[in-house]
Design a protein around this ligand. Structure first.
Ligand code: UGA
Length: 412
């Protein structure tokens, strides 16, 4: 709260500090006084964490927030809308949040207050831009009055497409959106591994061929083709990570099981993703009789470029496996450095100051994150007397750009 009041964002997001500074003390007020916040406003957005515990989302912060909001609603006479913004499994808003609000306030929902669900679709690293140019705004609500109040909140973004629906559907739209991305990634990785096993087929070429289909790149009226961003997810790689995709797939699988659904596709998507780091290890192993004492430089620790977030990054399992095989590990990431040690405290990793240092004096380079800076690898490797083997976990380099190349989905 103090940081926000001083105009400082507690997380790294482009443009967020500026946004806070422009509005703090005017239209933005940070407070820990929940009853006052409820009394003086018309709507509350619950945006607390829903961490993953044993494959399920932990709703304790949601419950706690609903309890406190409900208690504060006791004293409120004017209409108020309580909206869940956190990602919660379908059914949570109506079957967990609403009853707590009703019991804690002593009032039935629908009269004195409405209960809504408004999922967020922001991408880490571009959250502010995504917020102001949303691809869609999903407004879930228990009744029309709740949805109308939410619509008023978003009337400042008149261009955006608004989807009005019930709470459960809103919750499901969020999960469906993310598990589609995760499943697309795992499908591409399964196909890439098959291309590699068969030999003579480059998965990148295969997927580019698919990207040109009308499903991905429809012809526009002027005869040109525009490729849908989903195509970026249909490409070979070393797996998905971050705080959303792995957690959401797992949570929906567990939730589905509770409702008697087998969830076979999503189970497989998760399984393929967990195995994908091993593909990288196999590619390194092809070139050495043993990895004992082999000097490997891992490029990229963040789960994706443009962020310092290392949660569920494929870098962790890749580094762990390299260590188990006896390799000496170095790492370089443009933003993440020593703080990565907390992720794997028992694995010795030497952090390099820059890319040239990471690439020189090593036997193999493994690209894990698609940082644009790593496009310089061929140029740097080209200057070395003994160029290392380059393992391209993101298929971002042309295979013939370095003397010794291996990539996911390509058997050399
Ligand atoms: C994701 C969604 O893209 C957002 O729309 C959503 O709002 C957000 O989750 C959320 O639920 O809050 P994010 O996790 O920030 O956003 O990152 P993505 O760009 O989707 O990447 C996720 C992972 O997939 C990364 O590890 C990335 O490296 C990996 N990925 C992406 C691949 O492995 N292959 C690809 O082709 C593309």
């Amino acid at each position: 709260m103090d940081a926000i009041s001083r105009g400082i964002s507690p997380i790294h997001e482009v443009g967020l500090d500026d946004l806070i500074q422009r509005n703090i003390g005017k239209r933005l007020l940070a407070t820990t006084n929940l009853p006052a916040a409820i009394a003086e406003t018309e709507m509350t957005l619950i945006a607390v964490g829903t961490p993953s515990t044993a494959g399920e989302i932990d709703l304790s912060y949601i419950r706690q927030a609903a309890q406190q909001i409900g208690e504060a609603l006791q004293a409120k006479t004017s209409y108020h809308v309580v909206t869940v913004k956190s990602t919660v499994v379908p059914g949570t808003t109506d079957r967990v949040v609403r009853p707590i609000l009703e019991q804690a306030s002593g009032k039935p929902a629908g009269e004195n207050f409405g209960v809504g669900m408004n999922p967020e679709f922001l991408t880490e690293g571009q959250a502010v831009a995504d917020f102001f140019k949303p691809d869609r705004i999903v407004l879930g609500g228990m009744d029309e009055r709740t949805i109308d109040t939410l619509a008023k909140l978003y009337s400042v973004l008149p261009e955006a497409e608004v989807i009005r629906t019930n709470n459960g559907t809103a919750e499901m739209i969020k999960y469906a959106s993310n598990v589609l991305l995760a499943t697309t990634i795992s499908l591409s990785n399964e196909l890439a591994n098959l291309c590699s096993a068969i030999g003579g087929i480059d998965a990148m070429e295969v997927m580019r061929g698919v990207h040109r289909s009308n499903y991905f790149s429809p012809l526009s009226k002027d005869g040109s083709k525009v490729t849908a961003p989903l195509a970026a997810f249909f490409s070979p790689g070393c797996g998905f990570g971050g705080s959303c995709l792995p957690k959401d797939v797992q949570a929906l699988v567990t939730h589905g099981h509770k409702h008697g659904a087998k969830m076979q596709v999503l189970n497989a998507a998760m399984e393929t993703n967990l195995q994908q780091p091993e593909q990288v290890i196999e590619l390194v192993k092809r070139h050495f009789t043993s990895l004992r004492g082999v000097r490997v430089s891992v490029l990229g620790l963040a789960f994706k470029p443009g962020t310092d977030d290392v949660r569920h990054s494929p870098a962790a399992p890749i580094i762990r496996r390299l260590h188990e095989e006896g390799a000496e590990i170095r790492a370089f990431d443009p933003i993440v450095n020593g703080q990565f040690s907390r992720t794997l405290p028992d694995v010795p990793v030497q952090f390099c100051a820059d890319l040239p240092a990471a690439v020189s004096d090593c036997d193999a380079v493994v690209i894990v994150t698609r940082w644009p800076q790593f496009e310089q690898v061929p140029q740097l490797v080209g200057k070395l007397k003994q160029p290392p083997l380059v393992i391209d976990g993101r298929r971002m380099l042309p295979p013939d750009s370095v003397p010794r190349y291996e990539g996911i989905g390509l058997r050399t």
